[in-house]
Design a protein around this ligand. Structure first.
Ligand SMILES: Cc1cc2nc3c(=O)[nH]c(=O)nc-3n(C[C@H](O)[C@H](O)[C@H](O)COP(=O)(O)OP(=O)(O)OC[C@H]3O[C@@H](n4cnc5c(N)ncnc54)[C@H](O)[C@@H]3O)c2cc1C
Length: 721
């Protein structure tokens, strides 16, 4: 901070001296003309010294953003002639501009980053992609003030070297015009006369040329990917969507709603992973497990503790009934009624407009479409541990069927993975009677959340009976004397220690990988890394092929897949008229352990990592009447706001119903409402949602206007007489 203040003082002093010694008078056209004879004389006597002094002066004027650079440029022409003047000014102006740019970066970037983190991140992303082009345009078109460009670019993340060389090249034409004009100084009456309207237009055209050229190049590049294919003259469909999970369902629903002819292809079950293997069955089993736990802890509610009597088979039957009850929402019938043609079969891309469908009866059908949307989702990742295939394992894909016939929950269950899916299932199976060991390689479970949230979750799961082993890495699976073991290693005091954990069932929940193989992505050369690569409009390498959902990421949630589905449908059908960039700014998610953990926006760790000047407001549920009536007071709301402002940057809620409570903050963030607005909203009593209002109230209390309150106290004292 001191260094910054010192720099500001030095700059202010230099500017003060500049005006104090009337140097600005010298840097006018009349001042220059009046002193020209004297300058020329000095130049005759000591040319090197004059060049040196002129150079330094030019650098200082531009570095301090002082007025007079244009006059100095004319002076260069008049004093040194066209070529020499051009070289001197070109280097001096670029160096001066870069110094101004660096000062701006040093003084302003951090502050602006802290105040407008999201906006600056978006600008930086744009600058990283096209910064040099934009800078070149700004430099070439003389209507953009020179000093402003230096200061503004300093706030962005453009590299200093890029700034320097692009500036030097970009300013060359303008410098030439001014230096050349300077060689005829006597004939110049005003600065505005130097740049004629035609010249400005020519510069503008030159400036925009690279951007226009780039746009044209992009069009050609986009077209080039199609060069080995013949585009059909007519299409069978406006859109074909592959995959009927959340992403594909929403895409096709929207396409049909706007009267497009759309076909949805699904190889497996309608509804995809969420309905059949993911959200729905997991939330169903979580509910049964929670009831079992509440019966076990009846005393908590003034009842008697007792052992829940249940058949695991019935619990699993309920899970399947829940799936069946939700299934009509995603069914072929429903979507057909909505105007979507649904084909059960395996879709494969043949060319950028053609999909071949292997129907379930073995026959094949081919469809052409102007737009294709890939929504093929992800599948559980199974770590390649030696012995795992021999000893066997389940994943979220297989456990619901495999466990359906068990009379009891697996006696010894190992859950591999400490992410949301692993945690939800570990707690549920522990509550349903399994002896669960959960293994996590990282030092804590739910690593994406704040440390205190991980600790909270760790305690909740441990209370439910889960034995959590963090910092343990799975090495191999083996069978000894008919028993199955997973061998894990732990680093303890610098030593590696191996432990073998016996299990009846091993559940792999270490992440989910996008389905990238087997349906034509490789053949068409569609770029992938761990997911399909798309631009911000969800276009793949082929602008008419889009992707949505888990296959794209970066979030693997049903609601994000659905959100992307809207963009894939709208951009896919109307992108030639107007395209929309996917908006990922306000994405909530919930981990449905008990108590739940819900998040939107930044958590404390993110705010620290981003260098934001933030503050935390907390509300503890032990203060909430409804939490007390429900004997569920554990948990908190943690709101991140910029220092001194009520703008919500992010919220973490840990409590019963946290997944529902977060919705109010999501709405507030999405529509730019601050904590004051939440505080000013009536919440019915006694509800969990009141916690949101109290969190806002906590913020308000922390920002009470002390001076005003002190005055009010005095006023009331006076009124009492
Ligand atoms: C245990 C578990 C719990 C979860 N809980 C939650 C939760 O609580 N909340 C949440 O938001 N998310 C949750 N998720 C994540 C959620 O399920 C996914 O994010 C969501 O299903 C992604 O939808 P999608 O459309 O991208 O893909 P999917 O749902 O995977 O659908 C893709 C579909 O494409 C089909 N397909 C693939 N290839 C082809 C082909 N070539 N031809 C035809 N069809 C094809 C597949 O059969 C599949 O049906 C959970 C996931 C799991 C595993």
């Amino acid at each position: 901070m001191m260094k910054k203040i010192l720099l500001i003082l030095i700059a202010a002093l230099a500017v003060g001296l500049f005006f104090h010694f009337d140097l600005h008078q010298l840097l006018t056209l009349d001042g220059l003309k009046g002193s020209m004879d004297q300058f020329s004389q000095w130049r005759e006597q000591s040319p090197v010294l004059v060049i040196g002094v002129f150079f330094i002066m030019y650098v200082l004027v531009t570095a301090l953003s002082l007025p007079g650079a244009a006059i100095l440029t004319l002076a260069a022409g008049a004093l040194f002639g066209l070529l020499e003047g051009l070289v001197i000014v070109s280097f001096a102006s670029s160096i001066g501009a870069t110094l101004a740019f660096l000062v701006s970066r040093y003084l302003l970037r951090d502050t602006i980053q802290k105040r407008f983190p999201e906006r600056l991140t978006a600008i930086d992303a744009g600058v990283a992609k096209e910064g040099a082009f934009y800078l070149f345009t700004l430099r070439l078109v003389p209507v953009f003030p020179f000093f402003l460009i230096n200061l503004l670019m300093g706030v962005t993340a453009i590299k200093s070297w890029t700034f320097y060389w692009v500036s030097q090249i970009g300013m060359l034409a303008g410098t030439f015009v001014f230096v050349n004009a300077g060689t005829q100084l006597a004939q110049i009456d005003s600065l505005s006369g130097i740049l004629s309207f035609n010249l400005i237009v020519s510069f503008a055209l030159l400036g925009f040329f690279p951007l226009i050229a780039k746009a044209i190049l992009n069009v050609f590049k986009k077209k080039r990917v199609y060069k080995n294919y013949t585009k059909p003259k007519k299409f069978d469909r406006n859109m074909v969507v592959i995959g009927a999970g959340a992403g594909g369902l929403v895409t096709s629903y929207i396409a049909a709603a706007v009267k497009a002819k759309v076909t949805l292809i699904e190889a497996g079950e309608m509804g995809g992973d969420c309905l059949n293997y993911g959200c729905v069955p997991s939330k169903a089993i979580i509910k049964s497990a929670k009831i079992a736990e509440q019966i076990r802890h009846g005393e908590h509610y003034g009842l008697e503790n007792s052992t829940p009597q249940f058949s695991f088979k019935k619990v699993m039957a309920r899970v399947h009934k829940v799936i069946a009850d939700v299934a009509p929402h995603d069914s072929v019938e429903r979507y057909t009624n909505l105007g979507v043609e649904v084909i059960k079969g395996y879709g494969k891309l043949i060319d950028p407009w053609t999909v071949e469908i292997k129907l379930n009866d073995g026959s094949k059908q081919t469809l052409t479409a102007r737009t294709i949307v890939i929504a093929t989702g992800a599948r559980p990742f199974v770590p390649p541990l030696p012995g795992i295939e021999e000893t066997g394992y389940v994943t979220s894909d297989t456990l619901w069927t495999k466990f359906a016939e068990l009379d009891e929950a697996p006696k010894k269950l190992v859950v591999l993975g400490g992410g949301p899916i692993g945690c939800e299932l570990a707690q549920s199976f522990a509550r349903l009677g399994s002896s669960v060991t959960q293994i996590e390689m990282a030092e804590r479970i739910m690593i994406k959340e704040d440390l205190e949230v991980s600790i909270f979750a760790h305690e909740s799961l441990t209370e439910s009976g889960v034995n959590i082993l963090t910092s343990h890495q799975a090495l191999r699976c083996e069978t000894r004397d008919g028993k199955k073991y997973i061998v894990v290693k732990q680093q303890l005091d610098g030593k590696t220690q191996e432990v073998a954990i016996e299990y009846d069932e091993l559940l792999c929940a270490v992440g989910r990988s996008a389905r990238l193989k087997g349906y034509g992505l490789e053949e068409l050369g569609i770029e992938t890394n761990r997911t399909i690569l798309t631009n911000e409009y969800l276009e793949t390498l082929y602008p008419n092929i889009y992707a949505a959902g888990d296959i794209v990421g970066p979030y693997q949630f049903t609601h994000v897949a659905a959100h992307q589905g809207w963009y894939a449908a709208v951009n896919g059908l109307f992108g030639h008229l107007k395209k929309f960039k996917v908006d990922y700014r306000v994405i909530p998610w919930t981990t449905f352990i008990d108590p739940e953990v819900a998040r939107v926006g930044l958590n404390e760790q993110d705010a620290i990592d981003k260098g934001i000047d933030f503050e935390i407001t907390r509300f503890e549920f032990e203060e909430l009447d409804r939490a007390i009536t429900d004997s569920a007071t554990k948990g908190f709301i943690k709101v991140i706001t910029p220092k001194g402002k009520d703008k919500i940057l992010g919220v973490t809620v840990v409590s019963e119903h946290a997944g529902d409570l977060i919705a109010e903050f999501v709405l507030a963030m999405k529509h730019g409402l601050g904590l004051n607005k939440i505080l000013g909203t009536i919440h019915s009593y006694p509800t969990w949602a009141e916690g949101n209002k109290y969190a806002a109230g906590e913020w308000k209390r922390n920002h009470a206007p002390e001076t005003v309150l002190n005055l009010l106290e005095k006023y009331h004292t006076w009124r009492r007489g």
